[in-house]
Design a protein around this ligand. Structure first.
Ligand SMILES: Cc1cc2nc3c(=O)[nH]c(=O)nc-3n(C[C@H](O)[C@H](O)[C@H](O)COP(=O)(O)O)c2cc1C
Length: 371
């Protein structure tokens, strides 16, 4: 039995947070299903305006899209959050406001340090949860939030085995000190200094045994991405799911050059068509989506390294949008996964997966021949 997790005023029956997966992998069908099983279902705010505009054939802005998706995810009860990446600067504040107004149970925010999160909108009953990869980063955030009169309601500690962008430089990825179990104690110490809030660990957690091991080490809960990517309810395209099922251990790489224009290493299936195209520089630079634009000297959002040159970067907006089924005929997809993705050998329903993770049913037989 896994013990329940308490965050702010919320009791979470199963201490499993389904990690936010952008673009468009964790939308309301997945989040609602996880929430119904007693875990935390999390939608991703990334490019959600475009995804809902396409889905419903009417124009949404970010605030409206976030509001609607959270309302749908909450429609059958349970605890529902949203993942909002700091790297998506242009839409960050609107996403936060939409989430708070829609009554999201939590905002989980990383891919950069969410320094001003408590000041964007009065959080009311929404828990504010930063994602960090070190005790140092958590301390910086706690100090900054304290000046805004707020303390984290919990924090996610994400280690180097996670899917998506990673909070480590390439050369730090394999250091002993960066193993999730070694990162945890100093992060717990920081949490204790600032009100003893819960620490949720993420990155490479795969089985009920893994969950129990981290809870025994002092974690209060876990966040898992890759296992939920491989569910029937995730909104990845059939091609993305097929690539996940095919992936062998050697197919999973951390890309830096060509890499993400966000400037962070990102874990990918190396056969991802957008990555392969970037290797041969097959796609001329073009930036027509602009979610990861940063500000120029005049404070306008105009800068993205993938906009100027395709020497070192792929176009992450179009690559990930394509893997969510948006414009797949025009742009090639990019498949991000966690380090354990090679272990996924069949798609499961969320119900079946949650039963396995809770320890109600047995895990799958020893890893398949894909190794
Ligand atoms: C397909 C995919 C997309 C992801 N997208 C995001 C994202 O948009 N924002 C984010 O903070 N984390 C993202 N992540 C990280 C997950 O939320 C989670 O923390 C991580 O995958 C945990 O590691 P695991 O995949 O080994 O379980 C993504 C992970 C995957 C697999």
């Amino acid at each position: 039995m896994l013990l329940p997790l308490k965050i702010k005023d919320k009791k979470i029956d199963v201490p499993i947070i389904q990690g936010g997966m952008g673009i468009g992998v964790s939308l309301y069908p997945l989040a609602r299903a996880v929430a119904a099983e007693g875990g935390v279902g999390v939608i991703s705010s990334a490019a959600i305006d475009r995804l809902l505009s396409k889905r419903n054939k009417k124009k949404y802005n970010t605030y409206e899209a976030v509001y609607e998706e959270i309302s749908l995810a909450k429609s059958e009860g349970g605890v529902v959050g949203i993942n909002i990446m700091v790297a998506l600067g242009r839409h960050y504040e609107d996403s936060v406001r939409g989430a708070v107004d829609a009554g999201a149970d939590m905002i989980i925010s990383g891919a950069g340090l969410p320094m001003s999160l408590p000041s964007i909108a009065k959080p009311k009953h929404t828990a504010l949860i930063p994602i960090v990869s070190s005790a140092r980063a958590l301390k910086i955030i706690c100090k900054r939030w304290q000046r805004q009169g707020y303390r984290p309601d919990a924090a996610v500690l994400e280690g180097p085995l996670a899917g998506g962008h990673l909070g480590f430089q390439w050369e730090q990825l394999n250091l002993e000190e960066n193993l999730l179990e070694n990162l945890l104690p100093p992060v717990k110490d920081v949490a204790r200094q600032y009100g003893d809030f819960p620490i949720i660990v993420a990155g490479g957690i795969y089985t009920n045994e893994d969950i129990k091991r981290f809870l025994a080490l002092g974690a209060d809960g876990v966040q898992m991405g890759t296992r939920f990517l491989g569910t029937i309810e995730s909104s990845a395209t059939p091609e993305y799911k097929a690539a996940l099922l095919r992936a062998k251990r050697d197919d999973i790489i951390v890309a830096t050059k060509p890499g993400s224009p966000c400037g962070l290493p990102i874990r990918l299936i190396k056969q991802s068509p957008m990555y392969q195209e970037a290797l041969v520089r097959g796609r001329p630079p073009k930036c027509d989506k602009g979610y990861v634009l940063t500000k120029d000297e005049e404070g306008r959002y105009t800068r993205c390294p993938a906009r100027e040159s395709n020497e070192s970067h792929f176009c992450i907006c179009n690559g990930l949008l394509s893997s969510a089924g948006y414009n797949p005929d025009k742009e090639k997809p990019l498949y991000t996964v966690g380090a354990n993705a090679y272990r996924v050998d069949r798609l499961m329903s969320v119900h079946e997966l949650m039963n396995e993770l809770k320890g109600v049913t047995s895990p799958p037989a020893v890893e398949s021949a894909k190794l």
